[in-house]
Design a protein around this ligand. Structure first.
Ligand code: HEM
Length: 463
């Protein structure tokens, strides 16, 4: 039993795409360590003080203690700015690594049993990572934080029936009031604790179920974990050291009536910003209530549907496959040996081409996400290409509907074509370009046998 487990663990880095999970884990470790240092100096209070720190242009202004402590941390505490910047960069890299890990699991079918629990953990980590980033960005109480507080206020207000009540719970009687930063701070820490628990649970599940692998991948001889830890931590320190992020002294303290023209959200919030920009200003009045779809749909309905669809996909796929029963994707009855082989192959990953519909869904999803993300720059695109903002907005409104459909069709078509090429190679071998002449004068190209993965028939084709 022990040797079987050791063997399973030895597959840890049989493919480069396995590193995304490691980057996420080590980025989180960096977030926890730097976050613990930030906690020592940060003061989550909205009481006003007069700034008299080392940054001349802001001296004499009324600022919150949250802003004052973050300024002190950035400009007066030795190494403070490095820690803050590393924390911020680690947040950006963490969410990116989780997105890539989810994409890998989806494209390779690694979300199937027995790893559905891990899939659900990563989906939850993505939602929580975004929430942690958004709450973290509110904490310094600078002009950028003020912008995201406005957004949070509008989103909460747009929730039907309970919106106004939730708003007063978050902000108190006024906007911005003196409650929201402490609430955000509590939320930030609570979310971080839940994320830590989820990462530990995921680690235990990986130990229990072992790693999945591609059919032709070779077992890794040594664990790549220490290397990935060093590489991730090193990369984050370099980013924090050399690339400025969130210079709050340039933005100034939050003012409820002001927003900087150059404000942009962190990258993972870009798709919601884009959705907000292109959503038509639809609004309904029912009795005394106004329902603002212009905010509700892009900021709550779209992410809600997106995360629900992600979480439900493994179950939906299982349901559809069990309905198809004992027939394979081409409608042929499965033989017992074929089914037994599939059960045995639960650790084997799909090559994306073997599951054209699933791969096409992934590419359609990425296209939808990418177009929403690009729509967040509609003003910049209009400016650079000498167009009107209206024209660019209308383009994206159509694009987010038509683009994913086109992406789906093209991707499925490419996958099927690649499958055909594989079958051809499996039957005839790989062309070497070496021409030999036979004794009777004929010319023949020398062929070598295909690699293992191209010789194996696709067991899940069609899905
Ligand atoms: C694991 C435990 C964590 C602790 C103890 C922690 C603590 C803190 C503290 C004290 C601040 C305020 C200091 C400041 O504004 O510079 C902060 C800011 C922030 N946190 Fe965290 N945090 C943790 C995890 C996370 C996670 C998981 C994320 C996102 C994935 C995150 C994203 C942020 C961001 C974006 C900021 C704003 C940084 C800035 O000022 O530029 N944090 N965090």
């Amino acid at each position: 039993m022990r040797s079987l487990l050791a063997k399973r663990r030895s597959f840890q880095f049989s493919h480069w795409s396995f590193m995304f999970a490691e980057i996420a884990v080590w980025s989180f470790v960096v977030l926890a360590v730097t976050g613990a240092v930030l906690m020592v100096f940060y003061n989550p209070s909205m009481s006003q003080v007069t700034y008299d720190g080392s940054y001349g242009p802001l001296r004499g202004l009324f600022v919150s203690k949250a802003f004052d402590s973050t300024m002190h941390l950035s400009l007066e505490v030795r190494g403070g700015l490095l820690i803050r910047q590393v924390h911020h960069w680690a947040a950006l890299v963490f969410v990116a690594a989780v997105v890539l890990q989810l994409l890998r699991m989806f494209l390779t079918g690694a979300f199937r049993r027995p790893r559905t629990g891990q899939w659900l953990i990563w989906v939850t980590l993505l939602a929580l990572g975004m929430a942690a980033g958004e709450s973290g960005n509110a904490l310094p109480d600078d002009m950028l934080s003020g912008g995201s507080l406005w957004l949070i206020m509008s989103v909460v207000q747009s929730i039907p029936v309970v919106g106004t009540w939730a708003l007063s719970l978050l902000f108190g009687p006024d906007f911005p009031g003196d409650r929201v930063i402490p609430v955000m701070y509590g939320g930030h820490l609570l979310i971080a604790v839940v994320m830590a628990a989820l990462l530990i649970a995921r680690e235990l599940l990986v130990r229990r179920h072992g790693h999945s692998r591609f059919i032709a991948s070779l077992p890794a001889r040594r664990s790549a974990r220490p290397t990935m830890a060093l590489a991730t931590i090193g990369m984050l320190i370099i980013l924090g050291f050399g690339f400025q992020i969130a210079p709050i002294w340039l933005y100034g303290p939050a003012k409820p009536t002001q927003i900087s023209a150059g404000s942009v959200p962190d990258w993972y919030m870009g798709f919601l910003d884009g959705a907000l920009r292109i959503m038509p200003g639809w609004e309904f009045t029912i009795g005394d209530y106004t329902l603002s779809l212009a905010v509700l749909v892009p900021t709550l309905v779209i992410p809600g549907v997106f995360f629900t669809a992600l979480a439900a996909y493994p179950m939906a796929e299982r349901f559809l496959v069990s309905r198809r029963g004992r027939r394979d994707a081409l409608g042929r009855p499965k033989t017992t040996s074929r089914m037994a082989r599939e059960t045995l192959a639960r650790d084997l990953l799909d090559r994306p081409r073997e599951t054209p519909v699933k791969t096409a869904i992934a590419v359609a999803g990425v296209t939808f996400y990418g177009l929403l993300w690009a729509a967040a720059a509609n003003d910049q695109i209009a400016h650079q290409f000498h167009l009107t903002v209206d024209a660019v907005t209308i383009f994206f409104r159509f694009g987010v509907v038509v683009g994913p459909v086109i992406a789906f069709i093209i991707t499925r078509w490419i996958c099927l074509a690649l499958q055909q090429t594989d079958h051809h190679v499996a039957e005839h071998g790989v062309e070497t370009g070496i021409i030999t002449r036979s004794p009777d004068g004929g010319f023949h190209e020398r062929l070598t046998p295909a690699q293992q993965e191209r010789r194996e028939p696709a067991i899940t084709s069609g899905r």
